[in-house]
Design a protein around this ligand. Structure first.
Ligand code: CR1
Length: 871
């Protein structure tokens, strides 16, 4: 590798080579020097926050050493690099994860000899817990100081976070590229039962996990015009884009440690800042203040994450974010490639770029622009390189989430890119015309430019398909659906091989080892895997099947669950102002029924809460008709129904669902007659770190989307990995979960996706009668039982089912849902052994859903990339 240090000086460099800390003593020394030098504090004013900062800085120092070595190794070996472009990375906290993943240079046996505290394959974490204790701190309290890096909305962003973990663990030379938003997803407060958004200024206390790369600043242009005064008329020829506004993209790097490997990869996040250039001609002296203000505007580009999940708003600033990020990332990728001096034709052998949904589709256009306008490649040679480089993952079939940008807006912001898009479209339509002559309908259906008479729009998904060599969905059902619905015509044009499936996965390091240390310990003891190798090879979990019916093992298994339920009960008490919601005495016989995810009509939290209301009404009716509380408890045994999740700030119906849950909680939780047999609680501000407490505590979790609407879901996998059972529809990855763990171990209900169209049609034209139990629920809601001040409060919710076509088919699935909930009660309360057996078998067979498997599939079938392993 190149260096400017003369040969005779290198010895000195090597003599003073930095070292990782390997023992607790070395860690303590580091910690204290960071307290003193980095934080300018001391023994006398080091609080938990300072201790968190100093610990993180120390751990980061270790990671940086491996980070540097990893980058050098990857450069020297020159394998294919993978770039994962995602507008969202929902990372959560970094410290605990780093402690689990981090390697020190001392092997377990060496440390053992010097009497260090060591347990089961978790060297650095246990070592640091002890060292922190010796220094006067409690590791758990220190970890709590870290704010979540919440740079994402939901599943799509968390998937990207799991992927970077698995990429590093699998030793792939892979970087993530994203934006460094100053404000992540808003913090959710619940006031009078309603969601209120407050800003998440997560960088408040500075972020020890980021390395500011002040030297990496990429100029990014917007607006302006295209110049072809060199006599060229064709838009296919190299053209000059004279930008009208310029900002700088500055890199911030986050080290991503792999598990049980010294590979540390990079997550590069871009921050927008003003340029230091100054256009004197535009400003006379009097305009000085205005010109500074205009420069200041640059920062707004990366100020805030758009808080929508599965919904696109079409705002100009969002398009600016997308281009800013694509242009900066591609500039960086191309610069790195050019250092090798390889010919352009080898670009796709050196680089694979994965597009996480259509948000980075402009990267396709930007690469074409770089190759044609700046590198002067022939249009068609360039386009061939582009297609071979990119691949696109689709994450949704929901119409309102499919990105389209008005031609006018795109052309104003990015005039040259619009020309290129038109040319891409022209060549594409030529080919279609050749293959299917005179099929005008087809041409207009597949055109990148949607030609609605009033405003023309650029269809980003079509552009992404045309500019990629592979397109994948995120679960089998979803990948089949995109081929038969939204992308049907493209299957006809390209053939089915361009379309493939990679079922989503989750990282077992965070979602099992970190979130559920008790279960992880029980597993490693039981399958005799003291070094936690199962976290890399999840097929080892099948060993657990042997003990599925073993009474002694079942007891241990159940004890872990009870521990985790108590942990959640504590969290809920804290969030509830110190007042307990859950009766701890009966916690062993209380079914924890949890639905946590973004609030969305398609995810059907309304179905869940209507089910709760139904249960409550049934209980009340039994009592009123003379039943005893014992009889009620026998029919409707103890249950706590837990909700959590954020609504998009502008999503009225979702916000109303939150209010309904809280209003029902108010009534049910205060009804002395039912004696704590039913409780309802909405956990405010659901996020990654709360998910780590919530997920291990579920007995049952709900994944009940209208069939065909949830592309995959990933929390379903997390709950199963933690021994929770699922009630769910035949949708997304529920289908493969059923296949893997066995249909006896999951509670499926509801209509199938192939019947959805017919059912919707039926609602539209025949207005079918509501099932009786649902009618009673809706009548009760409309009577004001949960909104005594305002009987009409929830009318939009009941109306959408009664009068507006029940688009999400709540009425069609309601009876099947409550019947299945009865079955759940039956097994949980009358046959606990059976329940525990199901729980154990679920975990035993969950291995397929490790994101490591997922990344291997991408590497093999889409990227053609290989690991670069440390020696
Ligand atoms: C889907 O709704 C899926 C994640 C990750 C979401 C969810 O079912 O698990 O993606 N889609 O693949 C999305 O955010 C924009 O689309």
């Amino acid at each position: 590798i190149e260096t400017k240090i003369p040969v005779q000086s290198r010895e000195l460099w090597n003599k003073h080579k930095v070292q990782k800390f390997n023992t607790s003593e070395e860690f303590e020394e580091k910690f204290i020097s960071h307290v003193e030098w980095t934080l300018a504090r001391s023994l006398y004013n080091c609080d938990d926050l300072a201790a968190y900062q100093a610990t993180s800085q120390s751990v980061r120092d270790n990671l940086v050493i491996d980070w540097n070595k990893t980058q050098q190794r990857q450069t020297v070996r020159g394998g294919k690099r993978v770039y994962y472009l995602s507008l969202e990375f929902l990372m959560g906290r970094a410290l605990d994860n780093a402690l689990i993943n981090m390697r020190t240079d001392t092997s377990a046996q060496d440390v053992g000899k010097t009497d260090q505290v060591l347990t089961k394959g978790n060297t650095s974490r246990e070592m640091i817990r002890q060292a922190m204790k010796d220094l006067g701190f409690k590791l758990e309290d220190i970890l709590e100081q870290e704010p979540d890096a919440a740079l994402g909305n939901g599943g799509l962003g968390r998937l990207a976070a799991c992927f970077v973990d698995s990429l590093a663990t699998g030793n792939f030379p892979a970087w993530g590229y994203g934006l460094r938003y100053q404000y992540g997803i808003f913090a959710q407060k619940i006031i009078n039962g309603y969601q209120v958004e407050t800003p998440d200024y997560w960088l408040n206390f500075s972020n020890p996990w980021e390395i500011e790369r002040a030297e990496i600043q990429v100029p990014i242009n917007f607006y302006g015009y295209v110049d072809r005064t060199n006599g060229e008329q064709s838009t296919l020829a190299p053209s000059d884009w004279i930008g009208g506004e310029r900002v700088l993209a500055m890199a911030h790097d986050m080290p991503i440690p792999g598990f049980k490997t010294s590979t540390v990869n990079n997550l590069r996040l871009w921050n927008a800042k003003p340029t230091t250039e100054f256009d004197f001609s535009k400003f006379n002296s009097g305009d000085y203040k205005n010109s500074v203000e205009q420069q200041q505007r640059a920062e707004s580009i990366t100020a805030v994450l758009y808080p929508n999940d599965n919904f696109e708003q079409g705002k100009e600033l969002r398009l600016k974010q997308q281009y800013f990020w694509c242009a900066a990332s591609l500039h960086d990728i191309v610069r790195r490639f050019k250092k090798n001096g390889r010919p352009w034709s080898e670009f796709p052998d050196a680089i694979a770029i994965q597009l996480n949904d259509t948000h980075p589709t402009l990267a396709i256009v930007e690469l074409q622009r770089i190759l044609v306008d700046l590198e002067k490649l022939d249009w068609h040679l360039a386009w061939d390189i582009v297609i071979k480089t990119f691949a696109y993952t689709n994450h949704t079939v929901m119409q309102e989430a499919l990105e389209k940008w008005p031609v006018g807006l795109l052309g104003h912001l990015l005039p040259r890119h619009l020309e290129i898009i038109f040319d891409i479209n022209w060549f594409f339509l030529q080919n279609v015309e050749k293959k299917f002559p005179h099929d005008m309908e087809l041409l207009s259906r597949v055109s990148i430019i949607e030609d609605a008479s009033s405003d023309r729009q650029v269809r980003m998904a079509f552009l992404a398909i045309i500019g990629s060599h592979k397109v994948n969905g995120v679960a089998e059902l979803h990948s089949d659906l995109i081929k038969t619905t939204i992308f049907q015509d493209f299957v006809k044009i390209y053939g089915a091989n361009k379309f493939t499936n990679v079922t989503n996965g989750i990282t077992p390091r965070r979602w099992l080892k970190q979130a559920n240390p008790k279960l992880a310990q029980l597993i490693s003891e039981t399958i005799n895997d003291p070094n936690d190798d199962y976290l890399l090879d999840m097929s080892k979990l099948t060993e657990l099947s042997k003990y599925a019916e073993d009474a002694g093992f079942q007891k241990k298994w159940n004890d872990v669950k009870q521990f985790n339920k108590l942990r959640l009960a504590d969290l809920i008490k804290r969030l509830n102002g110190g007042v307990d919601v859950i009766d701890r005495e009966h916690i062993r016989n209380t079914l924890f029924d949890i639905q946590v995810k973004r609030i969305h009509e398609y995810k059907r939290q309304q179905l869940n809460i209507f089910g709760v209301i139904h249960r409550y009404l049934e209980m009340k009716e039994m009592l009123q008709s003379g039943g005893s509380i014992e009889e009620v408890a026998n029919r409707y045994p103890r249950k706590v129904s837990i909700f959590g999740g954020k609504s998009a700030p502008g999503y009225y119906m979702a916000k109303l669902i939150i209010k309904l849950v809280n209003s029902v909680a108010e009534v049910v939780n205060n009804d002395a007659e039912i004696q704590d047999l039913l409780k309802v609680y909405f956990i405010p501000d659901y996020n990654v770190s709360k998910a780590e407490i919530i997920t291990p505590a579920s007995d049952l979790s709900e994944h009940i989307s209208t069939a065909g609407t949830e592309a995959s879901g990933t929390s379903n996998m997390k709950f199963v990995m933690n021994g929770g059972l699922i009630i769910g529809t035949v949708d997304g990855a529920n289908v493969e979960i059923t296949r893997e763990i066995g249909e006896d171990n999951i509670f499926l209900f509801g209509n199938l996706s192939e019947n959805v169209d017919e059912l919707r049609y039926n609602h539209q034209f025949h207005n079918p009668e509501l099932p009786k139990p649902l009618k009673r629920v809706l009548d009760t809601v409309e009577s004001g039982a949960f909104s005594p001040q305002n009987h009409h409060e929830f009318k939009p919710l009941t109306d959408s089912i009664k009068y507006h076509g029940d688009y999400y088919l709540v009425s069609d699935d309601f009876e099947s849902y409550i019947a299945t909930q009865d079955l759940v009660d039956e097994v949980y309360h009358k046959n606990k052994k059976e329940w525990l057996k199901k729980s154990i078998l679920s975990v035993a067979n969950v291995g397929f859903f490790s994101s490591d498997r997922c990344i291997e599939e991408y590497a093999e079938t889409i990227w053609n990339a290989e690991p670069v392993k440390p020696e």
